[in-house]
Design a protein around this ligand. Structure first.
Ligand code: AMP
Ligand code: MG
Length: 267
């Protein structure tokens, strides 16, 4: 999975990253889906351990163009985790109250507590993506945010938060198919937002804004992964694998019970 991690300072041109590839798993879709089930149960146990140990905090950030599959990734890569220890935070258009504060205010409120796994469905990165593309604030303002975000994430990391960031990479043709599929499917049509077509027209601007994010905010303490996402099963598998490997690397231990249990008899 290291091949998908953006090294700090690495220059990213997204056209060089194939959204269609399945290179780390060449056994195909049905084997991939089966493998995901194994990963799901491993993540489930690791998340129980995270909760029991009550020491680490884990933050997963999901970003990607419309239809790239942020919701689907949450449903499939994290299938089976205990909702008690997991929180999904969705970041929509800021409210008036949120806009009256600094842009990280609403984000900081949602970061994970000890023992918790939090998934950001969109994030503070919108403040250098949609905000940049639509000139919602001047360049002098958003231009400072890359460093501010790096420092914010550094503070979170230094206070015990493990951060993983995934950019779900699809191409424009794939988005067309997915938007058409939404229009045609009575179960998906609710998701079709005519506003998405305006964003689609800004595809190149969004690509540039994503490249700036990937170039400037992939750090040792909060790395980005570029996830090939044209194939949903592969996208889910890549995200689940990185999450599993990262949770394993925390070397968590089931806590001992501090009480003296030697005399206890259950009647
Ligand atoms: P969705 O995730 O499809 O429900 O859409 C949420 C919408 O909120 C997207 O169009 C985002 O671009 C938008 N959004 C999220 N964060 C911000 C932000 N900080 N400023 C402006 N728009 C935002
Ligand atoms: Mg949407």
């Amino acid at each position: 999975m290291e091949r998908y991690r953006v090294k700090p300072g690495q220059t990213i041109k997204l056209q060089d990253w194939d959204p269609h590839e399945t290179g780390a798993f060449d056994e195909g879709k049905s084997a991939g889906k089966k493998h995901l089930k194994t990963l799901n149960s491993e993540i489930e146990s690791l998340q129980e351990l995270l909760y029991a140990e009550d020491k680490h905090k884990v933050l997963v950030v999901l970003q990607g163009m419309d239809t790239s599959g942020k919701d689907g990734t949450i449903r499939h890569a994290f299938e089976g985790v205990n909702p008690n220890g997991v929180h999904v935070a969705n970041f929509k258009k800021p409210t008036d109250e949120e806009l009256a504060h600094d842009y990280l205010w609403r984000v900081h409120k949602q970061v994970p507590a000890k023992g918790k796994l939090t998934i950001f469905n969109r994030s503070h990165y919108e403040d250098v993506l949609v905000v940049r593309v639509h000139n919602l604030v001047p360049p002098e303002v958003w231009g400072k945010r890359y460093d501010q975000i790096n420092e914010f994430e550094r503070m979170l990391a230094e206070t015990g938060t493990t951060i993983l960031k995934f950019y779900l990479h699809i191409n424009k043709d794939e988005q067309k198919e997915r938007l058409e599929a939404r229009l045609d499917d009575p179960e998906k049509v609710w998701k079709f937002n005519p506003g998405d077509l305006k964003e689609r027209a800004l595809w190149d601007e969004y690509t540039q804004a994503y490249e700036a994010v990937l170039n400037q905010t992939s750090t040792a303490w909060a790395p980005w992964y570029i996830v090939p996402s044209n194939r949903k099963w592969y996208r889910n598998m890549v995200v689940a694998t990185v999450v599993k490997n990262t949770l394993q690397s925390l070397n968590m231990q089931h806590p001992k019970n501090g009480a003296d249990l030697s005399e206890i008899v259950i009647e």
